[in-house]
Design a binder for this molecule. Structure first.
Ligand code: NAP
Ligand code: COA
Length: 269
């Protein structure tokens, strides 16, 4: 349906899970794809898997908390493929913990990866975005719109990400660059779900709380990103769009309580 032949896509945090699914979606649609994350091994293996789709793919190791490293990665991407048509920023960190159980450094770690990292990725990308016409997609989370126990750090960080999206849609709109956020719901087989729903019982509770009675797959998120990166979305900017089977309308803010109690009980043993 979507043809990204000749287009360059950069995916920050694109070496596993949802973001890898997004990178793969663009690769299968004909794009050249560049991925970054911290682990060189994950970068190598993601690039190999992307190339197996028949796409041109490359990558680099970089921590989004390190602005110089991010700038170096964009220079490498630009040198390899040229200007970037679609930028996806999805590097993130999460762990379930009530705020009283998170140190200043723990809170900072998540804010620096999710929020400061988004700033680093977007601003380092700016000089090499293919303007006008480029599309920026930030990967947010339901925690940005629904308060959730054990997730104060993520709620704060992802709400901040969505406000960066909205603000830069205003600032970059006149240059012909669109900026949107995507809010995935619970996505099967991902690190995020392994951390927040670590038992079969917790996973089943999540599934039951989704009005559509299923958890998502990375391709569900990739499909929305393919739309947002395309000319079909040429008047869509500053939007924060859930792809979650209506979960965020139904998600109890205390959903993580059993998981947090389970963690506390394991620690007490
Ligand atoms: P994941 O597989 O752990 O993806 C995170 C990616 O970011 C990995 O490629 C990781 O690779 C990279 N990363 C982490 N810290 C980084 C850093 N400091 N610098 C550069 N890269 C870094 O997790 P996921 O569950 O698929 O989550 C992907 C995105 O979807 C996140 O933005 C998350 O908030 C969002 N989300 C997930 C769910 C869900 O159901 N899983 C729901 C809503 C939103 P390295 O370890 O190599 O750095
Ligand atoms: N509960 C409370 N605090 C925790 C924690 C938990 N479960 N896990 C980590 N922390 C704290 C650490 O104790 C540390 O604080 P301290 O120095 O005061 O002890 C702080 O977080 C940083 O931990 P560290 O492991 O040094 O950070 P890192 O930079 O290596 O890793 C994380 C960042 C913690 C976010 C790590 O989980 C990560 O790399 N995540 C990426 C993958 C991911 O989360 N995927 C899901 C995305 S939704």
């Amino acid at each position: 349906m979507f043809d990204y032949s000749g287009k360059n896509v950069f995916v920050a945090g694109g070496t596993s899970g949802i973001n890898f699914g997004i990178a793969e979606g663009f690769a299968r649609a004909g794009a050249r794809v560049f991925v970054i994350s911290r682990s060189p091994e994950k970068v190598t293996s993601a690039v190999e898997l992307l190339q197996e789709t028949g796409a041109e793919a490359a990558g680099a190791s970089a921590d989004v908390r390190d602005f110089d490293a991010v700038k170096t990665a964009f220079a490498a991407a630009h040198g390899t493929f040229g200007d970037i048509d679609v930028l996806v920023s999805g590097a993130a960190g999460n762990f379930p913990a009530r705020v009283n159980d998170i140190s200043s450094n723990g809170f900072r770690a998540v804010l620096e990866i999710d929020l400061l990292g988004t700033h680093h990725v977007m601003t380092a990308a700016w000089p090499v975005l293919n303007k006008p016409g480029a599309s920026v997609i930030n990967i947010s989370a339901p925690q940005a719109i629904v308060a959730m126990t054990g997730q104060a750090h993520v709620c704060a960080a992802k709400a901040g990400v969505d406000m960066i999206t909205r603000t830069l849609a205003l600032e970059w709109g006149p240059e012909g660059v669109r900026v949107n956020s995507v809010i995935p719901g619970p996505i099967d087989g991902t690190e995020g779900m392994r951390r927040l729903a670590p038992t079969p019982q917790a996973m089943e509770m999540v599934r039951q709380s989704v009005p559509m009675k299923r958890v998502g797959i990375p391709q569900d998120v990739a499909n929305l990103c393919l739309y947002l990166g395309s000319h079909y979305a040429s008047y869509v900017s500053g939007a924060v769009i859930p792809v979650d089977g209506a979960w965020s309308l139904n998600m109890p803010g205390t959903a993580l309580d059993p998981v947090l109690d389970h963690i506390a009980a394991s620690r007490a043993k």
